[in-house]
Design a protein around this ligand. Sequence first.
Ligand SMILES: [Zn+2]
Length: 312
Amino acid sequence: MIKAFCTVAAFVMFAHVPALAADAPSPEALRAWHKRELRVAGIMHKLRLANLASCPKQEMTYGLVVARLDDRSSPAVRTAQAQSLGLRDYPTALGVIPGSVADQSGLREGDWIEAVGGISWPLTDAGPDARKAFWDALYAGIQAPTMEIKAEHEGQTRDFHLTGKAGCTASLFMINRKTVDATTFGSRVQVNSGLEALLQDDAELAFVLAHELAHVILEHTGPGKEAHIKDRAARQRIEIEADSLAVLLMARAGFATTAAAASIPRLRKTNGPISRLLGIYGPYMSTDERVAFLTKRAEEVRTQLAAEAQGR
Ligand SMILES: [Zn+2]
């Protein structure tokens, strides 16, 4: 489940997407979308924290997404975003991932982020440089071991001292697309909303996200690797490697490994009728082979983790 894609964003773990059209989505639809984003982000957050020891690259995680109303959006969209997500013209905690550092600090969605690392959001029209200084401070803070935030919380300004937790380097985006697919390029994982909708069981979704995180950890994709991925034999090998590591990653994050095999027939059903008829599996094993492989792998991982637990 990889193709090729690009760009980075170290701290934005998800981005609220269905907001660019001029027609405003209903506040209910925006809230529902936001809930789905938090679900995906929460699962990835667990995977990144639990698998630190396996990751070649690490970064701080705070589980906080800050956003403000987009100046370029139509008035109708801005109103819908303000009503449904609590976004304002100044930086707001749009997402606080449950169980994250931000969550444990007491920050809540809708809190106004007044300052980061002593750099305040300019309330008067101080020009773009003053705003850039704030965002720079936020990016710097989110990569630092600790972060100082001043935020308006329940009507009162409070100081929040956050100590980040190291996690695997990976950014995650859910995009509004019905096809059941996920894509990884370098450390960026993109999940289509159709995939999230299909896999209602968190452990099954965790397997797919773990598979993508495995591509990140094993550095299968990224600049310069495009030709390699197009090679059929190489692609088949990396898909098996990703499946194999994914089962271990999900287990370490506390998800039931049996869900890996269980997700495959469900994913398979979404392939086009012609692919199904012709038995085309792309770079993956056939459904039966993949289920057998993942079932066996789940057993191996259970044995490995039990042995590790005994050794401690
Ligand atoms: Zn893959």
